[in-house]
Design a protein around this ligand. Structure first.
Ligand SMILES: Cc1cc2nc3c(=O)[nH]c(=O)nc-3n(C[C@H](O)[C@H](O)[C@H](O)COP(=O)(O)OP(=O)(O)OC[C@H]3O[C@@H](n4cnc5c(N)ncnc54)[C@H](O)[C@@H]3O)c2cc1C
Length: 359
């Protein structure tokens, strides 16, 4: 078994943020990532102001990567549309661009990255790799995101009785769609789910859906046909710029959060807590957790894991709790009647702030 001081499982925003700061602090971390190049994972591509600030501290300027600036939120339910200014500037950036920049930053900081190697399972802080290798960390930073790692998986019931499926596709952004989405994130609310739509740096529009499993039983084509009837504005956008391929992730455990861990194991990002995706703050939570875990390790070593986990669970309680309640309201039929409340001065900004982890 090879040994290392700081071992990171997963090279998404949480793992990469921890890696950069651990390397800057002299901890010589090693990171294992199963993909050779960052894939387009299921994610809406929305970066709030807290995510942008956290990225800035990691040396990443989203605007320089071509991120699409976003200043307004448009919420649509049936025929009703409400639009409001966001309290601070946000952006749309593909996960491929974001993860590529983060891992490049980690490499520049001196992180040893093993790409293209899947971790099969964990036994405490020892990782068993698909190539037969074994590597043990004095500290392990678990950052495998949506995916469970055998040996350190979230509880089986974390996703609840009708768990959400995440679906993502890219729409070719015609000039008309570009005009519609210029500076805006659209949230289309419907029964048991929502769709987010925004422009990103590569001139495509990222379409991300979160839908209860009970609604996808008939397949994606049937779901999209149903949504076109239920959400005419979404239907119009999809008819003009049809999605081609879809990526999916099942059983997303929204609202799950842990304050417990095992000795020397720092749980980061979605492995620490999963915010309802309509809040668009999962990447910020991932970056914040990686940042705080690295600080805790540099201060207290592996012994800092339990204190970090408790403190991060407390810190993320409000955004995850508020986002969960908003999701509950948004996915119910009466949401259409509540939509005009978003016209109350200050309310959209208040809600947007309450669902941020902050920087
Ligand atoms: C439908 C949907 C829409 C969303 N939209 C947004 C949004 O617009 N904005 C936002 O901020 N958040 C959004 N989120 C949430 C966001 O995607 C996550 O919170 C965020 O990606 C968590 O980052 P992470 O680093 O913890 O995990 P991930 O981003 O999932 O990264 C995990 C990494 O670990 C690697 N990995 C996993 N398993 C293994 C293994 N066994 N061996 C080696 N490597 C492994 C993966 O390849 C990946 O690179 C959305 C989520 C969903 C479901």
């Amino acid at each position: 078994v090879r040994r290392t001081a700081a071992l990171i499982a997963g090279g998404g925003p949480a793992g990469a943020a921890a890696a950069i700061l651990l390397a800057r602090g002299g901890a010589r971390p090693e990171l294992i990532e199963r993909h050779r190049a960052p894939p387009e994972i299921v994610c809406g591509g929305f970066l709030g102001w807290d995510a942008l600030a956290l990225l800035g501290r990691l040396g990443i300027d989203a605007a320089a990567l071509g991120a699409h600036p976003i200043g307004r939120l448009r919420v649509i339910r049936g025929e009703r549309i409400v639009e409001a200014a966001l309290p601070h500037a946000a952006a749309g950036l593909s996960r491929r661009a974001l993860d590529t920049a983060l891992l490049a930053g980690a490499e520049r900081a001196g992180v040893a990255i093993e790409r293209g190697t899947a971790i099969r399972r964990a036994e405490g802080r020892t990782l068993h790799l698909a190539d037969g290798g074994e590597i043990a960390g004095d500290a392990l930073f678990l950052a495998t995101g949506k995916h469970e790692l055998r040996g350190l998986a979230r509880p089986k019931d974390a996703a609840g009785h009708d768990p959400s499926t995440g679906l993502r596709s890219f729409l070719p952004a015609s000039p008309a769609l570009r005009r519609t989405l210029d500076g805006v994130i659209e949230l289309h609310l419907f029964d048991r789910g929502y769709a987010g739509l925004l422009l990103q740096e590569d001139r495509t529009a990222n379409l991300c859906l979160s839908v209860a499993r009970s609604r996808v039983a008939g397949g994606i084509d049937a779901l999209i046909a149903d949504l076109a009837r239920e959400s005419p504005h979404l239907g119009e956008r999809l008819a003009a710029s049809p999605p081609s391929t879809w990526a999916a992730v099942a059983g997303v455990p929204y609202g799950w959060r842990t304050e417990e861990t095992q000795p020397g194991i720092f749980r980061l990002g979605d492995q620490a807590g999963v915010i309802a995706s309509l809040a668009g703050d999962g990447v910020a939570i991932a970056l914040a957790s990686g940042t705080r875990a690295a600080r805790a390790f540099l201060r207290d070593g592996a012994a800092g894991a339990e204190g970090f986990q408790r403190a991060f669970a407390a810190r993320s309680a409000r955004p995850i709790g508020v986002a969960g309640r908003l999701r509950h309201i948004a996915e119910r039929r009466h949401a259409a009647w509540l939509l005009p409340l978003l016209r109350l001065p200050g309310l959209p900004g208040l809600l947007a702030r309450a669902t941020r982890i902050g920087d």
